[in-house]
Design a binder for this molecule. Structure first.
Ligand SMILES: *Cc1c(COP(=O)(O)O)cnc(C)c1O
Length: 478
């Protein structure tokens, strides 16, 4: 099965996730050969190892436009070296969060996949979002030919800044709808739409093909492998590591997509050491890596790092597959569905723990990490990154290998909570941005600074029962 098919369909017919039959290998010589190249060139080379039905030239054209300076004015990634770790900043894209790294590229791969699979239709991408994904998908798909994107966000549980980011979205092929309720209402609504044979039938009569953009799509995973390899090259270029030196990595984790990409990079040959999986109060993964039991039957906490408030980390299924094979993975996924839990065998747990270590930060520890990092290092981090920095420091105290900590969002994206962590009075919206800039003597990122002057284009607020209707109206809209 070619990778174009996996990108187009997202999920296998039996509900499983797509994975390559064999992982490609990346030698130290090949890593060294990537060092003088640009990010787009490195990306095209690495992607071509996985997407073998795409040509190098096709991939390079897409990576060059995805990571172009009009979208990433400061470059695709940056590394900030602190006293005890290097921080890989992945938030310099159009929405100021790391999801841009994949969602700027995946829509272009998707367009090519449509051509390769001879799908001559309009693709309608539906997204339910609690914040970051919706905006990043809107920016990624906007104004691409033969594609429309519709995003549903809940009225409750999305920050003012995030709402404004979505309601001012540009593009002729976009629609943004607020759903009365919480994230589950929006998500279950979208799931209902995807599983409605009748609606699909009606849409296909109008030559519209429904699709999703969520993080289980293989097309979102591969672009994330790139930045781990690229960061290793950057550290080599700066003389901070030597070729072959083991580099530990800490990733603030929710759906397990980002850290799984690091694991794939390691399995392919990138000299990574321990992968520290950092969670917030929703510490289901911490327990999993400590005990081998995944148990989602636990209280759900709303935290200051909302993009990590997750009880089912979907991409973990891919790790299970690589460790235990397809049959055991299927039975674990069945237990998860039926009982909300499963337990690895002792040997499987031992295998997982050779690569992973789980740790978590509570709300006070997260805020204290923001404050201390700013006071001691004059470096401002967001709430998600703070969870990772906390875990990375703890791991450094037992393992002195060089640590790369992944930073997933601009502190301005979560300005109210970052301000609180710095001991300021709570503020919201544009006030919070201004106040954070004054307090820390840092600049508001351009995409957020222009928000308050942009016109609000989307006003629709609807009940979850009306979502199908909104989809049909938008599908027919020219
Ligand atoms: C999505 C997100 C995460 C979690 O990434 P996963 O790939 O789902 O583990 C962490 N931080 C931020 C800011 C995010 O938007």
């Amino acid at each position: 099965m070619p990778s174009a098919y996996a990108i187009l369909h997202g999920l296998c017919e039996d509900g499983g996730l797509y994975m390559p039959e064999v992982l490609p290998s990346l030698s130290l010589e090949e890593i060294q050969a990537l060092c003088p190249l640009s990010y787009a060139e490195r990306a095209a080379r690495i992607l071509s190892l996985f997407l073998t039905d795409f040509t190098y030239d096709e991939l390079l054209e897409d990576t060059e436009s995805a990571y172009a300076p009009d979208r990433f004015p400061l470059g695709a990634t940056k590394i900030k070296s602190l006293s005890d770790m290097d921080v890989l900043e992945l938030y310099h894209g159009p929405t100021c969060a790391f999801k841009d790294m994949a969602l700027q590229l995946m829509p272009r791969l998707y367009l090519r996949a449509m051509k390769k699979c001879a799908l001559d239709a309009t693709a309608l991408i539906l997204v339910a979002t609690s914040g970051d994904t919706g905006k990043a998908a809107l920016e990624g798909y906007r104004d691409l030919p033969n594609i429309k994107i519709q995003v549903f966000y809940p009225t409750d549980g999305v920050s003012e800044i995030q709402k404004l980011q979505m309601r001012t979205q540009r593009g002729d092929n976009v629609s943004v709808v607020a759903i009365e309720g919480n994230f589950d209402d929006a998500q279950s609504g979208v799931k209902r739409i995807f599983s409605s044979a009748e609606l699909r039938e009606r849409l296909s009569r109008e030559n519209v093909h429904l699709s999703s953009a969520n993080s289980i799509n293989f097309g979102r995973l591969v672009p994330q492998i790139v930045y781990y390899v690229s960061a290793y090259c950057d550290l080599l270029n700066e003389g901070k590591i030597s070729l072959g030196e083991r580099l530990n990595v800490t990733v603030p984790t929710g759906n397990f997509g980002n850290i799984f990409a690091a694991y794939v990079a390691k399995r392919c040959g990138l000299p990574l050491g321990t992968l520290v999986c950092a969670s917030n109060d929703n510490d289901v993964l911490t327990e999993f890596f400590r005990t081998g039991t995944y148990d989602k039957n636990r209280p759900f906490f709303k935290t200051v790092s909302p993009s990590m408030d997750i009880l089912i980390s979907s991409n973990l299924e891919r790790l299970l597959y690589l460790i235990s094979g397809a049959e055991r993975t299927r039975s674990y996924m069945e237990s998860l569905l039926a009982d909300g839990r499963y337990t690895l065998s002792r040997s499987e747990l031992a295998a997982v723990r050779e690569d992973f270590f789980g740790d978590c930060a509570n709300e006070d520890e997260t805020r204290a990490t923001i404050r201390e990092t700013f006071e001691k290092e004059k470096y401002l981090i967001d709430t998600h990154t703070a969870v990772a920095v906390y875990a990375a420091k703890r791991h450094r105290s037992v393992d002195k290998a060089r640590m790369l900590t992944v930073s997933t969002a601009s502190p301005y994206k979560f300005a109210p909570d970052v301000l609180l962590a710095l001991g300021q009075m709570p503020k919201d919206g544009a006030d919070a941005l201004r106040c954070l800039s004054e307090r820390t003597d840092t600049e508001i990122p351009v995409p957020l600074a222009s928000l308050s002057t942009r016109a609000v284009r989307f006003h629709t607020v609807t009940k979850k029962e009306e979502m199908e209707k909104e989809v049909l109206v938008f599908a027919r809209d020219q």
